[in-house]
Design a protein around this ligand. Structure first.
Ligand code: 13P
Length: 258
């Protein structure tokens, strides 16, 4: 059985005081389990403080992005090695907000994915279609292009040390969630696409769902066969909501469904 992962993407939110309050609530309620891994991805400036507060706790830390370069004249960018040195285990690459705002294309995301792994980080590769793609029946074509760019550049074996997050762009921060059928369909498509290159890698790959996941819709989503946890935005900023989502993943795992 794949170990589920519930990761909180704090995006550009938080403050030293608010983070401490949130982390102390999370540390008090999340005790670690063999079935569910938990991570938080704060803004990079807070990483040292967050890592130190989570020392010895069963909550990992991730970055929200990394450079595709290792060092040099890249103002404002953060190398994967730097995230690793600060204590990160994961880094999100290819989030739709960056694909849109920073015009990151799939080739660039693939280079970031490789840079992350070279630094010893586990990339969380985000893929997902826009609403007009879905309405035009292009969901699978868009997801395939985003996935294939990384499979081609990094090789399928690299997905032994990676996580994929399916985040339909129209469901992010909107309160709209993909229906269980819509999510299940795309998750199965992603796993089959990887299986086309290597069935063993596909079988072990964790594929998270992201997009308006809350404690009340998490159980339904997490019990779908190809959904191995979630990448949580808004609800990860609220301790009770995030804990509820982690508990939902644990409950589903206990039933042996994930
Ligand atoms: P929301 O959970 O706020 O919709 O955000 C999802 C997301 O983008 C996580 O990376």
């Amino acid at each position: 059985m794949r170990k589920a992962l519930v990761a909180g993407n704090w995006k550009m939110n938080g403050s030293l005081a608010a983070n401490r309050e949130l982390l102390s609530a999370l540390s008090g309620a999340i005790h670690g389990s063999d079935a569910v891994a938990v991570a938080v991805c704060p803004p990079a400036v807070y990483l040292p403080d967050v890592v130190s507060q989570l020392q010895g706790k069963p909550i990992s830390v991730g970055g929200q992005d990394c450079s595709d370069e290792t060092a040099g004249a890249f103002t404002g960018e953060i190398a994967a090695d730097m995230l690793k040195e600060l204590g990160c285990e994961y880094v999100i690459v290819g989030h739709s907000e960056r694909r849109a705002r920073q015009q990151e294309d799939s080739a660039w995301v693939a280079r970031k994915f490789i840079a992350a792994q070279s630094a010893g980080l586990v990339p969380i590769l985000c893929v997902g279609e826009q609403l007009d793609d879905r309405e035009a029946g292009r969901t699978e074509a868009v997801v395939a292009e985003q996935l294939d760019a990384v499979l081609d550049a990094a090789g399928v074996a690299a997905f032994d040390r990676a996580v994929v997050a399916y985040e339909p762009v129209w469901a992010i921060g909107t309160g709209l969630t993909a229906s269980p059928e819509q999510a299940a369909e795309v998750h199965a498509f992603i796993r089959a696409r990887v299986a086309g290159r290597d069935p063993r890698v596909a079988d072990g790959l964790r594929i998270l769902y992201g997009g308006s996941v809350k404690a009340d819709n998490a159980p339904g989503l997490f019990s779908l066969p190809d959904i191995d946890g979630g990448l949580i935005g808004g609800a990860s900023l609220d301790a009770d909501s995030f804990i509820g989502i982690v508990n939902a993943a644990a409950a589903v795992q206990a039933q042996g469904n994930v």
